[in-house]
Design a protein around this ligand. Structure first.
Ligand code: IPE
Ligand code: IPE
Ligand code: MG
Length: 258
């Protein structure tokens, strides 16, 4: 039923050439359902987060094998600070462990790591690790991994508007020069192409303040699977669903326009 053509291991896109046709260039994932996965098993919620990191590793490996050029993962939202302090500090510890344990593998695999989100109020040790991860991998070209951490799309757009307003107030910018491109260049995803596909797991069908600007023409795929159960098979299903979509960007279908 699932069209797996071109998605089998050993058939990644040609690293030096064009990606396989029908594959999204940029896949963004809202990794949701860790808490429910744990609760359903009578485990503490944090166990779901721990298992969620394993799912992330599996999924990133599969995405590399398949030849996805850019993967963005939503790991902690600006609003997730409202969770109980013990859960928040567990999630902070998990990010630190993920970077310490997995950075070398990502670097060896040729992955460039970028962090999207507000770094200002982060603990100094976390902020330092994020800088280190970006610096170490800056020249890598096989894949880009964007980790959205302490990320909120409205906050990001407000910050971009503020920075443009400051330039106008200082007389350095003409308001007429505030274009979508000028705003895009001030987002924490500046320079990264918009996601072609946004996946959300757990059955929730909303964006929860994720990439609101960048998602203007993204295809959205909602999968009922809880994040700790995610891996290659679920990713391949989402990619197959993406392959069945027709993207029009406000224009006409290719056949109709031909
Ligand atoms: C996603 O899982 C991970 C984070 C938001 C950090 P949740 O923790 O939101 O899991 P549910 O949605 O409560 O099941
Ligand atoms: C979105 O999930 C944030 C992450 C996956 C990191 P949430 O679980 O926080 O979103 P809501 O509260 O269900 O909308
Ligand atoms: Mg959730």
């Amino acid at each position: 039923m699932i069209d797996r053509q071109g998605l089998e291991p050993g058939q990644p896109s040609d690293p030096a050439g064009e990606p396989s046709p029908g594959l999204p260039r940029h896949v963004a994932i809202i990794m949701d359902g860790n808490g429910r996965w744990a609760t359903a098993r009578g485990l503490p919620r944090v166990e779901g987060h721990r298992r969620g990191v394993e799912a992330l590793r599996r999924t990133l490996r599969a995405a590399r094998e398949i030849g996805i050029e850019i993967v963005t993962v939503y790991s902690f939202s600006s609003e997730n600070w409202s969770r109980p302090p013990a859960e928040v500090s567990f999630l902070m510890g998990l990010l630190k462990r993920f970077i310490r344990n997995d950075l070398a593998e990502l670097h060896e695999a040729g992955v460039r790591v970028r962090i999207a989100g507000d770094r200002q109020d982060l603990a100094p040790d976390i902020a330092h690790l994020l800088v280190e991860a970006e610096a170490l991998t800056a020249a890598n070209q096989r894949q880009t991994l964007v980790v959205a951490f302490n990320y909120g799309s409205r906050q990001e757009i407000a910050a971009a508007a503020r920075s443009l307003a400051e330039e106008v107030a200082a007389g350095r910018r003409d308001p007429a020069s505030i274009t979508p491109e000028a705003i895009e260049a001030r987002l924490s995803t500046a320079g990264i192409p918009d996601p072609d596909l946004i996946i959300r797991t757990s059955g929730e069908e909303r964006l929860s303040n994720f990439l609101l600007w960048q998602a203007a023409y993204s295809e959205l795929v909602f999968q009922p699977i809880l994040w700790p159960d995610y891996g290659r098979e679920a990713l391949v299903e989402a990619l197959a669903e993406y392959g069945r979509r027709e993207r029009r960007f406000g224009g006409l279908a290719t056949a109709a326009g031909a």
